[in-house]
Design a binder for this molecule. Structure first.
Ligand SMILES: [Zn+2]
Length: 179
C-alpha cells in the first residue's frame, strides 16, 4: 500500500495522459483538490498553511494581556485631557493611537497575532469608557434648556471623537494601514 502511494508523483510524471497532479507550490507535495488551499501565490498543502499561520501568530504568554493593558492605560490617561483639548482632540488622538501601537509592539518584542490586534482595539475602547460613560449620563439626564444641552453635548462629542480616533488609529496600524 505504502509503496503504491509513494509512486504516485513519478507515475504521474511518466504518463502525460494522466490527470495532472496538483502540487503544493511551497513543498512540492502532491495534493488532492479537496485538501488544496488556494493562496494568492498558488495552491498549498494544509501542512504549509498551518506553518504559515504560526509565522503570523507569534504572540506568547501574556502578550495579549499586556497589549490590552498598555492600550487601555494610554487611552485612559489621554482621555483625562479631552475637556482641555477640545478641537485639538482631532490632532492628538491619532498620535495617541500610534503611541499605543508602538508601545505595545515594543513591550511584546514585535511579536504579533490577530488576538493581539483585537486586544489593542478593545483596550483603547475600554480605556476611554470610564470618562465617556459619565458624560453620556449627563446628556441623558440633562435638563431641557438650550444652554445645558450645548454645555453637556459638546464635551460628549469630543469624548466620542477621541474614543473613535484613538481606537481606529491604533487598530489600523496593527493591520499595517497608514492613516
Ligand atoms: Zn506544502
Amino acid at each position: 500500500m505504502t509503496e503504491t502511494h509513494e509512486q504516485i508523483p513519478e507515475f504521474a510524471n511518466d504518463n502525460p495522459d494522466e490527470m495532472p497532479v496538483l502540487r503544493c507550490n511551497r513543498c512540492g507535495k502532491p495534493i488532492t483538490p479537496e485538501t488544496a488551499v488556494l493562496t494568492p501565490t498558488g495552491y498549498r498543502c494544509q501542512d504549509c498553511i498551518r506553518q504559515q499561520q504560526k509565522v503570523f501568530d507569534t504572540t506568547k504568554g501574556l502578550d495579549v494581556v499586556i497589549g490590552f493593558l498598555i492600550s487601555g492605560l494610554i487611552a485612559f490617561a489621554g482621555s483625562w485631557f479631552v475637556p482641555r483639548l477640545g478641537f485639538f482632540t482631532i490632532l492628538i488622538a491619532p498620535g495617541l493611537g500610534t503611541l499605543i501601537y508602538k508601545a505595545v509592539r515594543l513591550a511584546v518584542k514585535q511579536r504579533r497575532s490577530k488576538a493581539l490586534n483585537s486586544a489593542i482595539l478593545a483596550g483603547a475602547l475600554i480605556g476611554s469608557l470610564p470618562l465617556l460613560l459619565p458624560q453620556m449620563l449627563n446628556v441623558i439626564a440633562m435638563p431641557a434648556d438650550l444652554f445645558s444641552v450645548i454645555g453637556n453635548l459638546t464635551p460628549l462629542i469630543w469624548r466620542v471623537v477621541y474614543t473613535v480616533l484613538v481606537a481606529t488609529t491604533a487598530y489600523a496600524q496593527t493591520k499595517g494601514i497608514r492613516l
